[in-house]
Ligand binder design. Structure first.
Ligand code: URA
Length: 306
């Protein structure tokens, strides 16, 4: 392959084959760009010249607001009830000023109301399917609601769907899901005896880490889902699930293996075991023994149930 851009059909085919073989499956950038804001900004040639700052000075300021841009473009594009997001009203604001958190707060509040209204899992699924307040929905193929048995004593919660889960609309069906199935089998469980969901029900584009705003918007849904399933034991797969649902900022390597409590909105205390995410275990197989210990704890807890 040459270092220059491919020109001929054969070169383009070669490049696409390379992308496919390395798992590149999205024609998106890592960080969403607010095209609405860009369109409403005067062109560079029309603006007063800006003072030139070294690149390293610009980056930290731009980064945090860029992480919000997807939400802003979604709100501007769909004209939701989020006045602060109307990009046309802030034609040339510096990136930091454009990054108003209010609309995401509004979406999180809406998610809380909607989630609280659901009195069954099916109602919750329907409410989530019609909720447009999370920008991740715009790029996802499917809502990944849950798999398994809603009557199960054990509920496992991961972070967010990946490519395979997005295609099938089911959590943990890719490589990490296959490892999870083997881990469950090792303690005598399978998808008929557990219920599985994610903190985030829509795949983040390119499998990027969900932003804190996206997590806050989705949090009421998973919290209500846990409340409706009302499992005897919760298993947090990975740091993001543990941090979001156990209200802690501790790292997963410290958290794992120790029983914690997830308290539902109605005050029910559910024992929770934070453990390592199967995707992490695929990358760090030496730590499988730690996850094994955690799963044995879960097995012992289930045995001890009345
Ligand atoms: N990783 C997760 O956290 N959830 C899935 O559903 C798949 C991979």
């Amino acid at each position: 392959m040459t270092a220059t851009a491919p020109n001929t059909p054969a070169e383009i085919a070669e490049l696409l084959a390379f992308y496919a073989s390395t798992g590149v499956d999205e024609a998106l950038e890592d960080i969403p760009i607010n095209r609405f804001a860009e369109a409403s900004r005067p062109k560079q040639s029309e603006r007063a010249p800006a003072p030139v700052a070294p690149a390293h000075e610009n980056r930290p300021q731009e980064r945090p607001s860029l992480a919000l841009r997807g939400d802003q473009s979604r709100a501007a594009g769909q004209q939701t009830a989020s006045p602060g997001l109307d990009a046309s009203k802030v034609p040339d604001a510096p990136a930091r000023t454009v990054a108003a958190a209010v609309p995401d707060e509004a979406q999180a509040a809406l998610a809380r109301q909607i989630a609280a209204r659901a009195s069954t899992l099916e109602e919750l699924r329907q409410h989530m399917a019609t909720f447009d307040g999370c920008n991740l929905k715009a790029t996802a193929k499917n809502l990944v609601f849950a798999d398994g048995n809603p009557e199960a004593a054990v509920m496992l919660v991961g972070e967010a769907p990946g490519r395979d889960e997005d295609i099938e609309g089911l959590p943990f069906v890719g490589r990490s899901g296959q490892l999870l199935d083997r881990m469950l089998a090792a303690i005598g469980l399978d998808r008929t005896s557990v219920y599985i969901a994610n903190v985030i029900p829509w795949r983040p584009p390119g499998n990027r880490t969900p932003t804190p705003h996206e997590t806050e918007i989705c949090r009421p849904f998973i919290e209500r889902q846990i409340e409706l399933v009302n499992p005897k034991v919760l298993v947090n797969l990975g740091g993001p699930s543990a941090k979001t649902l156990l209200n802690t900022s501790e790292g997963i390597l410290r958290l794992r293996g120790n029983w914690r409590v997830h308290t539902t909105a109605s005050g029910i205390a559910i024992p929770a075991m934070p453990t390592l995410h199967p995707a992490y275990l695929l990358r760090t197989p030496a730590h499988k023994k730690l996850a094994w210990r955690d799963f044995l704890e879960v097995k012992a807890k289930l045995r001890a149930l009345p």
